[in-house]
Design a protein around this ligand. Structure first.
Ligand code: ATP
Ligand code: MG
Length: 497
């Protein structure tokens, strides 16, 4: 908007008319004082200012305007009766936006000047706006940068306080910070601790993690600097996404060597103990069987009952020792399956029968549903029997108040799926993912039911070696379904169905 300041209404009127005709918005003031008030209230792009006015003249108005931040940059077009020297025009008004026009006003010259000032105003306004936006952005960036370096300092201080080895890297994996612990294993920041030759593939895995932006967790052995000993460490590297695109990695290596050695000793002990236990136990079991057979005509005798209990308990003990042996074989990579043709349908019936035999004190009913597999399967019969037997024993054990178990078989996508369903105590939802873990027992059930928490872990390993999978679904208080799959490969190595 343009402000016209003149003490004569008719002058204002004619100027207004000329400017309106060209589409300019116009405001007016009849005195210097009124002009100053209006300037403080509104934003004007230009002031057309009559020099000679009663009271405050044009120069005084201009001088006052130049002293206020809000108004000092408004361009002024003086209207004067004569062509005045420029030095008359007030000092300090240095915006460059000063010009004059003599009376009587030539409308063409007026419009030319107004347009020039208006363009100047628009450009200045746009520049100011852009500058303000830029200033905000610069400030924001400064703040973000300050925040980041503060966070980085905090992170480094935290990492320095850790008892583990800790380091950070840039997005490409170049180490840029290490804590003091690092130097127990590495010469300097830029060289990595020496890895055991069999763990050297870790860098490849990390490169993969970097490309997927996924964290990495691995056990590695690294060499102490002044000795030849390698110590087990748990390496953990996690990505930190700072801005949308900026990634850093924070890594720690925790010394787990003592735990590893203890675990190794425990496995050795388990292996030796179970081997040593197995031999006398097999004899006890065998002699109990022979003795029972020899006494079959004396089944009413008290001693027969005692002996039957000895046989029963030695069977249980035998299966426990067998599990321990399997676990130690599993740890040393020695649990292998001997594949051969197996009539899986007959095997299932046989296992069901032996479970019913061993639980005669209960009125168990094991129902078979689903498809039957007519062709033989390539598998390790003894091991698959072990899995079935474990699944069914669990279904019996963990359903003390329900005697109905369903064994369902289905064939799909080249796999045989076997499901064992019970109506027992069930498993809390958040604990289901762990039931196949070594020594894992659901705490709520562990006091009430005996077990080592090994059965399912061994089953999973056996099924894995066959190329199948295991899983469970369960609802607390309602029952569970445990399943496993076996690939349908016949003796020619092709898929059967
Ligand atoms: P064992 O080594 O003698 O088999 P276990 O039965 O405790 O001991 P797993 O068979 O491995 O060990 O089972 C692990 C845990 O899973 C069990 O302790 C139990 O809490 C839970 N679980 C397994 N089967 C069932 C089931 N059918 N219903 C409810 N919980 C089950
Ligand atoms: Mg079990």
């Amino acid at each position: 908007m343009i402000l016209i300041v003149d003490d004569k209404q008719e002058n204002i009127y004619s100027l207004e008319k000329t400017l309106h005709a060209k589409g300019f918005q116009v405001d007016s003031a009849l005195s210097g004082e009124e002009a100053l008030k209006k300037c403080l209230k509104h934003d004007y792009a230009l002031i057309i200012l009559d020099v000679q006015m009663p009271g405050m003249d044009g120069y005084e108005v201009a001088e006052t305007l130049s002293g206020t931040k809000k108004t000092k940059d408004i361009p002024i077009l003086f209207l004067s009766a004569v062509n005045r020297e420029k030095h008359y025009i007030t000092k300090g008004y240095d915006s460059g936006g000063i010009d004059y026009i003599t009376k009587p006003v030539d409308p063409d010259i007026l419009l030319l000047k107004v347009k020039t000032f208006y363009r100047l105003y628009e450009q200045t306004y746009a520049l100011q706006k852009m500058q303000a936006v830029l200033q905000i952005e610069v400030r924001q960036r400064q703040l973000a940068q300050e925040g980041l370096s503060l966070k980085l300092e905090e992170l480094n201080a935290t990492l320095e306080a850790l008892p583990q080895i800790a380091f950070t890297t840039d997005a490409q994996g170049n180490v840029d910070f290490v804590n003091q612990q690092w130097y127990r294993y590495a010469e300097d920041k830029d060289s990595w601790p020496v890895l055991h030759p069999t763990d050297a593939h870790i860098f490849e895995q990390w490169r993969l993690s970097m490309s997927l932006l996924e964290s990495l967790e691995k056990e590695v052995r690294i060499q102490e600097r002044h000795s030849n000993t390698f110590r087990y460490h748990l390496l953990k590297i996690v990505p930190i996404v700072q801005n949308q695109d900026q990634v850093r990695w924070v890594g720690t290596m925790t010394d787990i060597d003592v735990q590893k050695q203890l675990e190794k000793k425990k496995d050795e002990f388990l292996s030796v103990a179970s081997h040593e236990l197995k031999t006398p136990l097999t004899s006890i079991k065998a002699f109990a069987e022979i003795a029972l057979r020899a006494m079959k005509d004396m089944a009413d005798h008290k001693a027969y009952g005692y002996l039957a209990k000895v046989q029963d308990q030695s069977r249980k003990l035998h299966s426990l020792v067998q599990d321990l042996l399997d676990i130690s074989r599993l740890e040393s990579g020695g649990l292998v399956v001997n594949l051969d043709q197996v009539n899986i349908d007959a095997l299932i019936d046989q296992v069901i029968e032996s479970i019913l035999m061993t639980h005669q004190h209960r009125r168990l009913h094991i129902e078979r549903t689903g498809e039957r597999l007519n062709e033989p399967l390539i598998a390790d019969a003894l091991r698959v029997e072990q899995v079935l037997s474990n699944y069914l024993s669990n279904a019996v054990k963990y359903a003390p108040h329900s005697d109905l178990i369903t064994l369902h078989t289905a064939i799909s996508d080249g796999f045989l799926q076997v499901e064992v369903h019970d109506q027992g105590i069930g498993i809390p939802r958040h604990k289901i993912p762990y039931v196949f873990d070594k020594f894992y027992r659901v705490q709520e059930a562990s006091a009430q039911f005996q077990g080592l928490g090994l059965g399912l872990h061994i089953c999973q390993e056996i099924i894995r070696q066959h190329g199948g999978t295991c899983g469970a679904q369960s609802e607390l208080g309602k029952g569970s379904t445990f399943y496993f799959t076996l690939p349908l490969i016949n003796s020619n190595g092709t898929e059967s169905n």
